[in-house]
Write a protein that binds this ligand. Structure first.
Ligand SMILES: [Zn+2]
Length: 218
């Protein structure tokens, strides 16, 4: 086999030896490449593309589909102030319950028990619903495509093959940038607008780098 990095999309083109020195169309982008003679340096370049992915801890783009990374929306990083406040209210509620239960019964202690109990239940409820919401969305990136799954019981999925991705967009507010979270949007060629969007994901730059490593650039 002879390998060559496509001049246009930088994917690896692999053909039988008898096509050495011949013009071959890239399977990914259709660009015409002149294949190297057997045993020239360009074969080495092709291996480097796989090495580059391996260095990033990612599976090669050729071969069977393999998972690369999976991300879910963050809680603490997405809403640090809200998350911190909820935890503070929860801890205060629990302290109130304990204080209300020990020592001589008194009106203030009864109020602390009831108030603390209601506070703790409300906070646990809010945190529980929030947690379920984050669990119900996941972005799974393989060496072939990006898949967005939504919903716990009934699942809705949308996906884009890496070769068809036209743009990877990260939207971050000032605070989101500080906390390292953001919204990631993927638009594909052929259809207008963003087709896949997921908010509050941790380290969106890393996710973009992984997707970029698999898609043809330039
Ligand atoms: Zn190509």
């Amino acid at each position: 086999m002879i390998q060559k990095i496509c001049d246009s999309c930088e994917r690896t083109i692999e053909v039988e030896d008898d096509l050495a020195g011949q013009k071959v169309a890239c399977e990914a982008c259709g660009d015409i490449n002149i294949m190297p003679e057997v045993g020239t340096g360009e074969v080495h370049e092709a291996i480097t593309a796989t090495d580059r992915l391996a260095k990033m801890g990612l599976p090669p783009d050729s071969g069977p589909e393999k998972p690369a990374i999976k991300v879910r929306p963050a809680m603490l990083k997405a809403r640090p102030v809200l998350f911190g406040t909820l935890v503070l209210v929860l801890v205060s509620g629990l302290v109130g319950i304990v204080w209300g239960l020990i020592g001589e019964p008194a009106g203030a202690k009864t109020a602390a028990k009831i108030g603390g109990g209601i506070g703790a239940i409300v906070v646990l409820g809010v945190l529980g619903v929030w947690k379920i919401k984050t669990l119900s969305a996941a972005l799974e990136i393989t060496n072939k495509r990006t898949v967005l799954r939504r919903g716990l019981l009934s699942r809705a999925t949308s996906e884009v093959v890496h070769d068809n991705i036209r743009n990877v967009q990260i939207t971050q507010t000032f605070w989101q940038r500080l906390w390292g979270v953001g919204t990631l949007g993927l638009s594909s060629s052929g259809q207008d607008g963003i087709e896949i969007e997921i908010g509050d994901i941790p380290n969106p730059e890393r996710v973009r780098k992984v997707i970029d490593a698999y898609r043809p650039l330039g």
